[in-house]
Unconditional design. Structure first.
Length: 234
């Protein structure tokens, strides 16, 4: 039985992995879905995930993927395999990071001023989530699980503008790595192509595109779980 630690993205909860976790459990694995813990900064949050998840396979989506990548680089002894779903190593350009920090600060102020549900409605209306059906959004669950202060803190401490970019460290990865995107997510397909080229030391690299867009754990949980089951068996 393989422990599979599942880490969600921004505004999500561990429940975003419910469908995929069920399929992994049916295949004989031990899925453990985590909420992203509150911590002082990006590195500390990755360390807190490591403490909660222990040794196993780590699968992270979007922000959760960035955190799992940091965890795998800092604690490779804990990460048997690493799957990054619609994730990136951060922004390498200082000007882009500064612009992203400013954008995230505006978003943080917005959620503090307007509240969680109006913020989430606008967040989920982005083109990035255009392929996510309304029945899979989980707005009520997200709104009930987060406070405005929590979301604002996450934007300020876990965003790609604040995160130390990890592009130059991808060559350190030695465990099997899977890079997963949706075919409609053109931006992250290009990011995964660049990541794949930079993962020069990994024991095995798998690059896969599934039907769907950015939010694969919610859009295509069955297809994502089927890929993970096959990947774990390979």
């Amino acid at each position: 039985m393989t422990r599979v630690v599942l880490v969600p993205g921004f505004t999500q909860t561990a429940g975003a992995w419910d469908a995929a976790a069920g399929a992994l459990r049916a295949a004989g694995h031990e899925p453990i879905a985590l909420d992203v813990p509150e911590a002082a900064d990006f590195v500390a949050t990755a360390a807190a995930i490591a403490s909660a998840g222990g040794s196993g396979v780590y699968v992270g989506y979007s922000m959760g993927g960035r955190l799992c990548l940091r965890l795998a680089l800092d604690r490779p002894d804990l990460v048997a395999r690493l799957a990054l779903v619609s994730a990136s190593p951060g922004l390498s350009d200082p000007a882009e990071r500064a612009a992203r920090r400013a954008s995230d600060e505006r978003l943080a102020l917005d959620v503090e001023q307007r509240g969680v549900e109006p913020f989430l409605r606008d967040w989920l209306a982005q083109p990035l989530f255009a392929t996510l059906g309304s029945d899979a959004v989980g707005l009520a669950e997200r709104a009930g699980a987060h406070t405005a202060a929590q979301l604002a803190a996450s934007l300020r401490t876990l965003g790609t503008g604040t995160q130390e970019p990890l592009w130059d460290r991808l060559g350190e990865l030695q465990m099997p790595v899977a890079l997963v995107t949706g075919r409609a997510d053109v931006k992250f397909e290009a990011i995964n192509d660049a990541m794949g080229a930079a993962c020069t030391s990994t024991a095995a690299l798998t690059r896969v595109c599934l039907d769907g867009g950015h939010a694969l754990p919610l859009e295509q949980p069955a297809a994502l779980a089927a890929f993970l089951v096959e990947w774990l068996a390979g």
